[in-house]
Design a protein around this ligand. Sequence first.
Ligand SMILES: *Cc1c(COP(=O)(O)O)cnc(C)c1O
Length: 381
Amino acid sequence: MENIAGREGSFFEVDLSLLKENFKKLQKIAPKKKIIFMVKANAYGHGAIPVVEYCVTELGIREFGVATIGEGLELRYNLEDLEFEIYLFSEFDLKNKKHIERVLDKRLIPVISNFNDLKLFIENPQFKYFPLFLKFNTGMNRLGISSEECDEVVKYLKANDRTEIFHLCSHFACSSQSYKNKSNQRQNETFKNIKAKFESDGLKILNSSLSNSGAIEQNLGMEETHIRPGLMLYGPSSLIDSIRNTSPWKGKIISVLKAQVLKKTQMKKGDPVGYGATPLPCSGTLLIIALGYGDGFSTLYQSVELSCGEAIGKVAGRVNMDMAQIIFPEGSTNLPEVGEIFNVWDHNPESLYRISSQRGTITYELFCEIGQRVPRVYKKS
Ligand SMILES: *Cc1c(COP(=O)(O)O)cnc(C)c1O
């Protein structure tokens, strides 16, 4: 297909065979667990359609989590022939006829996260045979039925002859911090109590899940039937810098952000570059790359170090809409020529961690911010 609104030379390359490698590694550290793969936000920027297609056809993953109805519809419209479940984690309105119609027609299973929605769901005969997926708030205080409402929920379900819960889940607030963290321990315990309450009152829980990437990496909440990884399958560890080395997770980044070199010049320390005429911090080789904030290559990349083989350069001056400048100190070798490609990051997670820590952000955001102008290109080798 012709790329009619995007870039030509710079692109976001996704190697799906590395997704397979990561999946195999995940199965090793979480044996026998069923997986709900989180593919919200366009599969964390990687392209939800090709990612889900690959997961269903090549990896046998059949359950996916999205945030919005639109994300669910995009998958259904484009992958009509494939069989898989879609769970809708946050944005839907069970009073809205159009939402209800789409949810039913396209089988987007809503994750019920408050008592009101539970009533709308149970009291609507159209949902009589639809799976009941419940999410409890165990301490994050975002979405989720309050754990204090547990008794009432149980009573309500029994009164309405709903004795089977398709899936019961909750979500950790601090799983990227140590599992020993009080909040992690408390949430884990609260969830176990909710589950026990359901079961002791005769409600059958068919499936349950608690662990996102950080929790999986720390073997936290892993007593459930399912896990819900997102980030780790795209490569990075979810743990904060200071405890990352405790993680058994050795994923490879499945993507490389590739920028075409537009110009390569020798410059002197103090020479002005770009908007604002920022003086260069050192003499050396200046690369102008075809990525800017119009591509999601944020102005916050200014002064961030980027490597190229052995050489370490620095984003020099302001990032502009279409381009950015990188200065490599004198003596740097094997730099790309004009027309060739510079890798902002590569499959080695360290290249991504350096950027996220120097930018003061998280790897999640580095993926999600990549703009629409950057074509996603897929390979499977
Ligand atoms: C995004 C999300 C996940 C996955 O989180 P990661 O940290 O990317 O593994 C799991 N569960 C829910 C409810 C989510 O919204």
